[in-house]
Design a protein around this ligand. Sequence first.
Ligand SMILES: *[C@@H]1O[C@H](CO)[C@@H](O)[C@H](O)[C@H]1NC(C)=O
Ligand SMILES: *[C@@H]1O[C@H](CO)[C@@H](O)[C@H](O)[C@H]1NC(C)=O
Ligand SMILES: *[C@@H]1O[C@H](CO)[C@@H](O)[C@H](O)[C@H]1NC(C)=O
Length: 502
Amino acid sequence: MSVFECPFVLIWILIFIFIVNPTASVENDPSQCVLTGPGLIPNRIVLPARYFLIQSTERCNVSQVDIIVELKGLSEHGPCRVWTQILDRRDGSFIVRYKMFQYCDDMEIHVTWKGHHLADSPYSYKGRVYAESCDCPLDSIDEMINDYQCSVNVAQIDHDLNQFQNVDFNQVLTEAMKRFSHAGSYSFCHYAVLDNKVYRRCYGQHVGFNMFMDNILLSLSRKAVLPDMEFLINLGDWPLVKKNILPIIPIFSWCGSTQTADIVMPTYDITEASLECMGRVTLDMLSVQSNPDTKWENKQEKAFWRGRDSRRERLNLVKLSRQRPELINASLTNFFFFRDEEKTYGPKEDHISFFKFFDYKYQLNIDGTVAAYRFPYLLAGDAVVFKQDSEYYEHFYSDLKPGVHYVPIKADLSDLVKKIQWAKTHDEEVRKIGINGRQYAVNHLLPKDVICYHAILFKKWSQKLKNPIRVHDQMTLVKPSNSTDKRLGNCQCLKKSTHVEL
Ligand SMILES: *[C@@H]1O[C@H](CO)[C@@H](O)[C@H](O)[C@H]1NC(C)=O
Ligand SMILES: *[C@@H]1O[C@H](CO)[C@@H](O)[C@H](O)[C@H]1NC(C)=O
Ligand SMILES: *[C@@H]1O[C@H](CO)[C@@H](O)[C@H](O)[C@H]1NC(C)=O
C-alpha cells in the first residue's frame, strides 16, 4: 500500500464512524450526558439511599426506558445486594438512587443507555463501600465534613450560634429547668454525646418525637466519631427561647421565629425523610421530583391547597376558594383546632396524594401551628410556591428571596387573588420562579445536605461548650431501634478504604 492511499483509508474510517455507525452519531453521544451527585462517590459518602443525577445535554438525549443502572461487587455472601430506582424529572434529567443492604467490595456502577455507557461510566471503587447500617465511623467529624464536601459556612448556623460563647452547660440546664420543666407543659430532652455514644433524658409528657433526634445522631455516629457535647432539644412545635427573657439560653428547635432565639435545625420531617429515603417514607426530596403525569403546559392554572385547620388563615383560604373557585382549589382534610366551625368550612375532604398537588401550577404554603414543613417538598416539586409572609422559619428560609424562589403573599392573604391573577398573565416569569425554587431545593435540601447541616451544627456547637461533657443521672443510652437493627448486617470495618480520586 502506498503512502498516498493512507489518507483515503482514514477518511473512509471516519465516514464510517460518523455517518454509517448510528450509535456514535454526533447528535446523540451517550458519553456527553452529565452525571453528578454523591451517589457517584459512595466510597466517601455514606447515605441511607445514595443518589445521582443524569442530565441530558445538547449532544446526549436519553430516555428512561433504555437506561440501565447496575451495581456490581462482592459482599459477605456473594454479589452485593442493592436496590435501584430511576426517577424521571421530565426535563431531560433523571435521578438514580440506590440502597445498599450491606457493605460492597470493589464496587462498580454501570450506567448505560441502549447498551452504551453514559458519561464516565463504568465507575469503580477499590476497597470497601459501606452501607448506611455499617457502624464504621471515620475518626472525626471534620474528616466526614471534608469527605462529604459539606458547605462549612452556613449563615443560619453562624447566626444562631454566635449568640453564645463559652457556654456553661450546668447553668443552661438549671435555667432551662426553671423555665420549662414545670407541670410538664413543655417537652424537651437533654442529650449528651460522649465517646461517640448517645445518651438522653427527656422531660415533659409527649417525648415520642425524641426518636427523630435519636435517629439522626445514631446515623451520624455510624459515619464519624462525633465530638463530645451536650445540648437541649425542644420537642414541641413552638420555638421556646423568647428574645426578651434574659439570659438567652441555647435550645435546639425544629422551627425558628423572629421573636425567639432558638438554634434551628432541619425539621424532623425532612430529616426523617432523608434517613428513610427508599425506606418507610414515600414522600422525600427525591421522590417529589418525579412527575409521572403533568407537564407545565398541562397543569391547571389554579392555586392548590390541602391541609388541616391549624390556623385561622387556613379557614379563610377555604372561604376564599369558595368565592373564587376558578382561581383557588383549597379544602381542609381535618378539623381539630376549630371543630365548632366544621359546619362553615367543612365538610372535610379526603386526603389526596401529595404527588397530585403538582397537577396545579400554583402551590400555597400557609403556616400551620408554626411554619408549614411541606415547604421543601413544594419547592422541589414541579410548580411554583406562593408563600405566606410569616414570623416562622425553617433552617433554610434565610437563603430564599421573595420573587426569585417563590411568590410572596401577605400574612392575611389579602393579596392572594391579585397575585394569582398576575401569575396567570405572567406565565413565563412565574415558571422561572418555580424553576429557581426547584433548583435551590436540589442544590441545598437533598438528603446529603440535611445530614451535612447537622454535622456542621454539632461540630460548631461542641466548640462552644466550656465544661467537660458528662453523662448525667437518669440518662439512658440510646440504641438503634428495631427497624435499623434488622438492617445492621455484618459489616466488618476495614481501615479507611483507599480513596479513588475521580
Ligand atoms: C429527545 O428525544 C425525544 C424522543 O426520542 C424527543 O421527543 C425530544 O424532542 C428530544 N429532545 C431534545 C432536546 O432533543
Ligand atoms: C379540586 O381538586 C380536586 C383534586 O384535583 C378535584 O377532584 C376537584 O374537582 C377540584 N374542585 C374544583 C371545584 O375544581
Ligand atoms: C424489638 O425486637 C425484639 C426482638 O425481635 C422484640 O422483642 C421487641 O419487642 C422489639 N421492640 C420494639 C420496640 O419493637
